[in-house]
Design a binder for this molecule. Structure first.
Ligand code: SAM
Length: 489
């Protein structure tokens, strides 16, 4: 979260003065702008679209900033305001509930969103209180109407009466138990906090790490790049530093990967380092016999398919990239555009569940990066923790089982399947794998931890299990899971 002190327009104070900007908060109230500033209006519009249209903030905000010509520090301010507010919504709602004289579900949703934006400026961004309040009131007037402006002003004054640490003490003192305390103060739904605690323990770690994990989910991740082997090199990615674990990974210092030619031409891409590690580990696992034909069963949008394709090109293998949704197959095509043609057998649309029957024992390596709840990538998708429900698990885990069975049928005896999720929820990881293996005598587990260690550039902390669970608070990656399985020869 930004630690800069910012002025009313969200610019760093010194920088604003240097540009000669007028400080709105120094004007007499009657002269104050009655309209919101562009950055705050943009953040407000994102929150409304997320609430009303089930939009994804990280898909809505960038084009909105472009259309409105919001750039530089104002764009950074709008981004932190929108994403930070969405991530910390649970915490802010708990604070607001103490400051509003009725249940929050009886507050107009548009007004509640402005209050959340105000709370994030005051408690999460260290914007000066008078600026945060008056500018948020201006957004209210412009976007919601003059009526609620006074209400917003009064509530935000109450919010700003205590600093964040005092509010957290209040919230913690009201929580019924330790789990609820961490959930509310670290802004996670209780069911997700519980599932993450269970996953930590099941993966061989301690439940006491939960606070660190939830805090890591609340940090905006830095942009990680992949230098696709044989196509580009980490050293050529100007302005990026080598990653922590994967030979292919680089961490961008700025925030605009599109400024790099290698990213534009597809020889490099944006990809979490955990995604790179599990892909490299699958590519490095030992197969018995030929190693020529690889399948990425659920490839969209194509990050792992492009990495696999680049490795396949170096080894004389070729990849089939399959995806069930046509528009996502198109994303795979774009992502793989720099992969040499000889290494790409096809990029196609189809149901992965059919491949095991339609093409039995046809592949030497299969990546099944299964559709999942994404609970391992909460830091990347600001609103997703509030949108997911436990009922999503039933449908997804049934699909994951069917896809894993199909992947195991599609790989030839002696070949290897990598089962990957960007969720650590054990219902999607260990339980799926255990269930499928219980029914099949033709599959053995490989040591995925060993495979990850073999591709890591430095000693990587993993627990004493054969499957691998990465964690944001330990590895700085998304919470990716990898199980490696071999079809018995
Ligand atoms: C976790 S994402 C894969 C991410 C991808 N491997 C990457 O690195 O860019 C899962 C993908 O599976 C696709 N999918 C869902 N059901 C599928 C099915 N039955 N067959 C094939 N793909 C499916 C989704 O559309 C989604 O694009």
């Amino acid at each position: 979260m930004s630690a800069d002190r910012r002025d009313a327009k969200g610019r760093q104070r010194g920088a604003a003065r240097a540009r000669g900007a007028r400080n709105q908060s120094q004007q007499a109230p009657g002269q104050r702008r009655r309209t919101g500033d562009p950055a705050r209006n943009a953040a407000y519009d994102v929150l409304r679209q997320v609430a009303d249209s089930d939009a994804y903030a990280n898909l809505v905000l960038p084009p909105l900033l472009r259309e409105r010509g919001i750039v530089g520090r104002d764009a950074a301010f709008a981004t932190e305001l929108a994403y930070g507010t969405l991530r910390m919504l649970g915490r802010y709602d708990a604070v607001l509930a103490q400051c509003v004289d009725r249940p929050l579900d009886r507050v107009d949703p548009a007004v509640l969103d402005v209050l959340r934006l105000g709370a994030h400026q005051v408690l999460g961004m260290r914007v000066a209180t008078h600026a945060a309040v008056s500018e948020t009131v201006a957004v209210t007037r412009e976007r919601v109407g003059a009526g609620p402006a006074q209400f917003v002003n009064a509530v935000l004054r109450k919010v700003s009466a205590r600093p964040l640490d005092q509010w957290l003490e209040v919230l913690a003192s009201q929580a019924p138990d330790g789990l609820a305390r961490l959930a509310v103060t670290q802004s996670h739904p209780a069911w997700i906090a519980r599932a993450l605690r269970e996953a930590l323990v099941a993966s061989g770690r301690s439940a006491s790490e939960l606070g660190d994990l939830l805090a890591a989910d609340n940090e905006a991740p830095r942009v990680t790049l992949v230098a696709r082997p044989g196509l580009s090199a980490v050293a050529d990615l100007n302005g990026a530093e080598p990653g922590r674990w994967a030979t292919t990974a680089a961490v961008l210092q700025g925030s605009d990967p599109g400024a790099l030619e290698a990213v534009r031409d597809g020889t490099a891409g944006v990809q979490d380092e955990g995604s790179q590690l599990v892909t490299l580990a699958l590519a490095g696992a030992v197969v018995d016999g030929p190693d020529e034909r690889w399948l990425d069963m659920c490839a969209g949008p194509g990050g792992k398919a492009a990495l696999l394709g680049a490795i396949a090109a170096e080894r004389g293998a070729r990849v089939v990239a399959n995806e069930s949704q046509e528009h996502r197959t198109e994303l795979v095509r774009r992502s793989m555009k720099a992969v040499p043609r000889a290494a790409v057998e096809s990029i196609r649309t189809g149901d992965g569940r059919d491949i095991g029957t339609d093409e039995p024992a046809a592949y030497d390596r299969v990546l099944l990066d299964a559709p999942c709840t994404g609970l391992g990538a909460l830091r990347r998708r600001p609103e997703s923790r509030w949108r997911r429900t436990p009922s999503d698990l039933g449908t997804l885990t049934a699909l994951q089982r069917e896809l894993l069975d199909s992947a195991l049928d599609a790989v030839r005896p002696g070949g290897v399947v990598g089962y990957v999720t960007c969720s650590p929820h054990i219902a999607e990881t260990q339980v799926v794998v255990d269930d499928v293996l219980r029914r099949r005598a033709d599959v053995e587990r490989l040591d995925a931890a060993e495979a990850v260690r073999a591709v890591a550039t430095t000693e990587i902390p993993l627990t004493d299990r054969t499957d691998v669970q990465l964690w944001p608070h330990v590895h700085g990656t998304d919470a990716m899971h990898l199980t490696l399985l071999r079809r018995r020869a």
